[in-house]
Design a protein around this ligand. Structure first.
Ligand code: SF4
Length: 367
C-alpha cells in the first residue's frame, strides 16, 4: 500500500507541530515554514516529517538506474569560483573527447547516459547534435540525458541557436531528457560573488526548463549548497523551482549538490552530514510537486546517502561508472558503484530497491 496513514509524530521542537499539521493535510508550506526547516535543531523530527511525505508518494520504494556519466570536454570559457572541473584550452588536465571516444565509454546495455561538459569555445552546435545522433544510433537501448540549461543557453550566446530550436533538434536526434545542473543557487548576490554571471541566470535557467517541458522533454533540477549561501537563499531557490513546476510540470527529480571544497576552498571544510540530511528533508517538504528528491551519494558519501533514504530521499541516482566533476574536486566517494553496492545502500536503510530508467519507468523491483 502506497498511501501512508497519518500517525502521531512527536517533536522536540514544538514549532514543527503546525508544519506537521500542514503536511499531514496535504497543504503547501510557506517560505517561513521553509526557514524553520533549515533552522530547527530537531533533526530527527524533521526527518520524520520528510519520511512521511516521501512514504506518502512512494511507500518504501527507492529508485536507482544503471547509468554512465560522460563529459565530452572540460574546456570551458567560464571560471566559476566553485568549479575544479573546468580547464582552459591547452592547460594541463584539459580534455576533449571525440564522438568515437564517447561511444567507447557507453557500453551496450547502459540504461542511461548522463552527458554534461564545459562551455567549449569552438565546438559548434552541430557537434552536439551529431553526438546525440551517433549515441542514439549505436545504442538505441540507452536513454540520453544531456546538456544542462546553462549549456543550452551557452549555445545561444555562442552560436545564436535559440533554446527551442536547439532542444527540438536535439530531441529529434535522440535526446530523452535533461539533467538539472547549472542552476547553482538562484541569487544575484551569489552570481556576482562566485563569478557565474556569464551563465544562464535564474530566469533564463527556468525559462529553458519550461521550454524543454513544453517540448515533452523531462528534466531534473539541482541546488549547489554548503558554501557561502544563506538559508534564505536556499529557501528562495526551492520556492522558485516549485513555482516553475506549477507552470510547466516536467521536473522529475531535485538533486541537492553538496559543494566539494577541493582546491577552490570557498569554505574551510565540507558541510557536515547533518546539513545534507536537513537539506534533503527540507527539499522533500517544500517541493511538494516534485516526484523525487535524490540522495547523490557521490557528493555526500554512501553512508549519508543511505541515512537520507529515511530523511525524504527516494532516489540514489545510479552506478555512474566514471564521475569526474566531483572527483576533480577531490570527492572521497568512488567514481562509480557496482549494482550490489547500490542495492546494499538501499537495503541498509530498510527500503525496497527499484531499478528504473531515465524517465522513472520501472525496470525491476529488487525484493
Ligand atoms: S561550473 Fe560549468 S560553466 Fe562554470 S567553470 Fe565549471 S564547467 Fe564551466
Amino acid at each position: 500500500m502506497l498511501a501512508a496513514e497519518p500517525r502521531p509524530l512527536r517533536f522536540r521542537d514544538a514549532r514543527l507541530l503546525p508544519v506537521w499539521d500542514t503536511v499531514r493535510a496535504g497543504r503547501r508550506l510557506s517560505r517561513e515554514d521553509g526557514m524553520l526547516l533549515f533552522e530547527t535543531e530537531d533533526l530527527h523530527g524533521l526527518g520524520r516529517l520528510a519520511d512521511f511525505a516521501k512514504s506518502r508518494l512512494h511507500g518504501e520504494r527507492v529508485f536507482f538506474v544503471l547509468n554512465r556519466y560522460v563529459n565530452p570536454t572540460n574546456i570551458c570559457v567560464l571560471s566559476c569560483s566553485f568549479c575544479d572541473f573546468a580547464r582552459k584550452k591547452g592547460e594541463a588536465g584539459a580534455f576533449e573527447n571525440s564522438i568515437e571516444d564517447v561511444l567507447e565509454m557507453i557500453k551496450p546495455g547502459t540504461r542511461e547516459a548522463h552527458i554534461v561538459g564545459g562551455h567549449h569555445p569552438d565546438w559548434p552546435f552541430e557537434y552536439y547534435e551529431r553526438l546525440i545522433g551517433a549515441i542514439h544510433a549505436a545504442r538505441p537501448e540507452t536513454q540520453i540525458k544531456a546538456f544542462t540549461a546553462a549549456e543550452i543557453d551557452y549555445l545561444w550566446r555562442r552560436w545564436k541557436i535559440e533554446p527551442r530550436e536547439a532542444l527540438t533538434r536535439l530531441k529529434k536526434a535522440g535526446l530523452h531528457s535533461m539533467p538539472g545542473g547549472g542552476a547553482e543557487i538562484f541569487s544575484k548576490r551569489l552570481q556576482k560573488a562566485l563569478h557565474y554571471t556569464g551563465k544562464a541566470d535564474t530566469d533564463r535557467w527556468l525559462e529553458i526548463h519550461g521550454i524543454a517541458h513544453s517540448l515533452g522533454i523531462k528534466t531534473n533540477a539541482t541546488m549547489l549548497y554548503g558554501h557561502i549561501e544563506t538559508m534564505a537563499e536556499r529557501v528562495e531557490h526551492l520556492v522558485r523551482l516549485r513555482e516553475q513546476q506549477d507552470k510547466s510540470g516536467g521536473f522529475l527529480t531535485f538533486i541537492p549538490l553538496a559543494y566539494q571544497v577541493g582546491t577552490t576552498k570557498l569554505v574551510p571544510r565540507q558541510t557536515p552530514p547533518t546539513d545534507d540530511l536537513r537539506t534533503i528533508a527540507a527539499s522533500r517538504l517544500l517541493l511538494d510537486n516534485f516526484p523525487h528528491i535524490e540522495a547523490y551519494w557521490v557528493m555526500i558519501g554512501e553512508e549519508t546517502a543511505s541515512v537520507a533514504l529515511n530523511f525524504g530521499a527516494s532516489d540514489v541516482n545510479g552506478t555512474l561508472e566514471d564521475e569526474k566533476i566531483a572527483h576533480m574536486a577531490q570527492a572521497e566517494s568512488p567514481p562509480g558503484l557496482a549494482q550490489e553496492q547500490i542495492l546494499r545502500m538501499i537495503r541498509d536503510a530498510g527500503k525496497v530497491a527499484v531499478e528504473r530508467d531515465a524517465l522513472y519507468n520501472v525496470v525491476k523491483v529488487w525484493y
